[in-house]
Design a protein around this ligand. Structure first.
Ligand code: BTN
Length: 272
């Protein structure tokens, strides 16, 4: 253990891994990188060269981590969990938006089980704690495979956080006030991802949606979204069976959002 706490160690995770798909690909090792550009890039490379589903790629540091909408995702050494998993689901394309919701629930459950903290989910898949961003999910489909990338902030020193993010990001150790073992979090992530994946494969759509809603910090909120120059505002009232967010507009009509980014109205009337 380092002075600051445990760091990711594949042998520690694998010795307790009791899943059958996630992290358990036959004849293909999981990977843990000291430093890598992006675990999603590496997982995509492996998938392109035929790696089976279940292979995990982890990194203690990412030098070119990616977020949604082309944003940068910062993972300084041992400051977070950067994990990608290769999946090859045999499901209808229409079910894919549900993958991201099922993953969000899995991550929330894993954090709850390993750290005892209940996070909120902001559509489509931000992990929110104390109104700040704790982590996010980047699902990508290179070729025939599905890569699920998960980033969770674990430990930062306040002085390392860029000024513009100070009020906007959260990390687990700040909340629990003691070291958090990332290996335990990854172990639970593998377990909960596997449960979510089984739910998806067996078409338990209602279960996926209601589990996601139980962690939602979105439903019931006034939200804003931009589509080019157009700003749409409304109240988030539901999630459809295909994973779209249902908004009730001021005139009482409803509209569905399938992609994009939402901001939630704060008490002062601004949107964040
Ligand atoms: C977001 O909130 O915009 C999604 C962030 C996803 C970050 C993770 S970290 C592991 C994986 N590798 C990446 O480059 N991105 C994802």
């Amino acid at each position: 253990m380092s002075a600051e706490g445990e760091v990711l160690a594949l042998e520690v995770i694998e010795q307790s891994l009791d899943t059958s798909v996630i992290g358990r690909a036959a004849k293909h090792p999981n990977e843990l990188w000291e430093s890598i550009d992006s675990t999603n890039n590496r997982a995509a490379q492996l998938a392109a060269s035929g790696a089976p589903e279940g292979v995990l790629v982890l990194a203690r540091q990412q030098t070119a981590g990616r977020g949604r909408h082309g944003r940068v995702w910062v993972t300084p050494p041992d400051a977070g969990i950067a994990l990608s998993v290769i999946l090859r689901p045999q499901i209808a394309l229409t079910r894919l938006p549900l993958v991201t919701l099922a993953t969000g629930t899995a991550v929330a459950r894993a954090i709850e089980a390993s750290v005892g903290v209940r996070v909120g989910l902001k559509w489509v898949n931000d992990l929110i704690l104390n109104g700040r961003k704790l982590g996010g999910i980047l699902a990508e489909m290179p070729g025939q495979s599905l890569i699920i990338g998960i980033g969770i902030n674990l430990r930062f020193s306040q002085s390392d956080v860029p000024q513009e993010l100070v009020d906007r990001i959260e990390w687990l150790e700040r909340v629990v006030g003691k070291p958090v073992d990332p290996n335990l979090v990854v172990l639970e992530l593998a377990r909960k991802l596997e449960e979510a994946y089984q739910m998806l494969l067996s078409g338990k759509v209602d279960e996926i949606i209601s589990a996601w809603k139980s962690y939602s910090v979105t439903i019931g909120q006034d939200i804003e979204t931009k589509n080019g120059d157009k700003v749409i505002r409304g109240r988030a009232v539901d999630i459809t069976t295909s994973g779209a967010l249902v908004l009730q507009l001021e005139d009482g009509s409803t509209t569905e959002l399938y992609a994009g980014e939402i901001s939630i109205r704060k008490q002062d009337g601004s949107y964040a």
